[in-house]
Design a protein around this ligand. Structure first.
Ligand code: ADP
Length: 427
């Protein structure tokens, strides 16, 4: 007799402290927890309910005490691993928890009331964003509202690429939906790598840190919960300088170094003069999947698509038409240096990296993603956060009309737009 269609449903028994690592293929895939309990990157999976995962997602189902998992669909790969660094990660969480409680106990002392400010550093694909999410989810499960800061402008988890951002995490992060895009604090750099304008990157990191400081000074709850800061994987040369800059700008109290002895000893060395900063080396998980530049590029496009269409394609962006004269688009930095006549005697003209340049609207803007600034005046653009993004779909030079996609209908929340090199081609 013929075998008939092969059922793709199968069960996997997970022993305590082990994980099931999965790379979703291009085809539908779902799973559920039949017995026991399990979590995905720090967020508990509700029992018995089938959860569908998007194509290409890479994740692990971890159990502290054992669980029976049922899977439906074929995967790119799935295997169980009983060697994970999870115990060391949860130990870090326990230490942070202690510090949050201490901070909460002294609300009127401006120093002691500050909870841990954790910064996660390491090379690309060492599991930084995953560890950040776990620490945030575990903390929010215990009732804290820690602030997530993402400084990775190439592959951030809060908003589209080209930005640095922060947002409070009020509940464990949904492994499929990601971080709710309620009202993140976002600064727009405009490029997927800081190299395009390193000075601007530093200025924005500083702005974000100062704004959070201000918010914390009025909110003891957020202050005690502290923050978890995810960084870029660029750790040598200028990348290393930018890490140090971020550690100082945010006044980090705990530096978690993933999978790199050399980076860890360098940081220990430069930070030894600061007794209030702990540098802790952590093991990289064997489950972390490396992503090549093509995969990263594709992920960037995916993030932009998600911004306009929602993580599960459940939003409909709105197309609008504006006159050229309605929009003021600025580029930050670049352009020709100031003329010699405008400089003090003896000064050499250099390109000011934070100079604002008004952009001429033409077809070069096609397919660019622009940020809508909250600035009231052009000279506030660099120090202002952004409300959101638009995507240029058509430029009609003859009629002087520009067509763009925005998440919703209606007027833009600001009149100044910022342009970088961030493009997207809708597919
Ligand atoms: P980084 O932030 O250092 O670049 P990520 O945390 O983004 O690294 O991890 C890289 C990829 O590996 C992500 O797709 C993530 O979901 C995946 N990943 C991380 N840890 C595991 C694990 N234990 N099992 C399976 N996949 C994992």
């Amino acid at each position: 007799a013929s075998a008939g269609p092969v059922s793709s449903i199968r069960q996997v028994k997970l022993d305590k402290e082990s994980e099931l690592r999965i790379e979703v293929a291009e085809t539908p895939f779902r799973l559920r927890v039949l017995t026991g309990s399990a979590e995905i990157f720090g967020t508990e999976i509700p029992p018995e309910i089938w959860i569908s995962f998007p194509p290409r997602l890479k994740f692990a189902v971890f159990t502290w005490y054992g669980a029976m998992i049922e899977m439906d669909g074929t995967t790119e790969t799935d295997y169980t691993a009983d060697e994970t660094p999870m115990i060391s990660y949860v130990n870090v969480h326990a230490v942070l928890e202690g510090r949050r409680n201490q901070a909460k106990a002294s609300p009127s002392d401006s120093d002691a009331s500050q909870g841990p400010r954790v910064i996660v550093v390491g090379p690309t694909d060492s599991g930084k964003s995953t560890l950040s999410k776990m620490l945030l989810s575990w903390a929010s499960k215990q009732g804290w509202k820690p602030t997530f800061v993402d400084l990775d402008i190439g592959q951030g988890s809060i908003t589209i690429p080209g930005c640095i951002a922060a947002t409070p995490i009020e509940m464990p992060i949904d492994p499929v939906e990601g971080i709710p895009l309620e009202m993140p604090l976002v600064y727009f750099h405009g490029h997927p790598s800081p190299t395009a304008n390193v000075d601007l990157y530093k200025v924005l990191v500083k702005e974000l840190a100062q704004t959070l400081d201000k918010q914390f000074s009025m909110n003891t709850e957020s202050r005690a919960a502290g923050m978890v800061i995810n960084t870029m994987g660029w750790i040598d040369g200028v990348g290393y300088d930018l890490l140090l800059h971020a550690i100082h700008a945010f006044n980090a109290s705990v530096v978690l170094v993933l999978g790199q002895e050399k980076l860890c000893s360098m940081l220990k060395d430069v930070l030894k003069s600061k007794p209030n900063v702990d540098v802790v080396k952590l093991q990289k998980s064997g489950g972390v999947v490396s992503r090549n530049p093509k995969v990263r590029q594709r992920a960037r496009g995916g993030r932009i698509r998600e911004y306009f269409y929602g993580p599960s394609n459940d939003l409909s962006p709105h197309s609008s038409v504006a006159n050229f004269s309605d929009l003021s688009i600025y580029r930050i930095g670049g352009g020709p240096p100031a003329p010699r006549s405008a400089l003090p005697i003896g000064a050499e003209p250099t390109a000011d990296p934070t100079r604002l340049v008004l952009v001429n609207i033409n077809r070069d803007l096609l397919h660019l993603v622009l940020a809508v600034s909250y600035a009231k005046e052009p000279d506030q653009i660099i120090s202002s956060n952004v409300a959101g993004f638009i995507y240029i779909t058509e430029v009609d030079v003859q009629r002087k009309k520009i067509t763009y996609l925005a998440p919703g209908p209606g007027e833009l929340p600001g009149k100044y737009l910022i342009m970088g090199s961030l493009t997207w081609v809708e597919t």
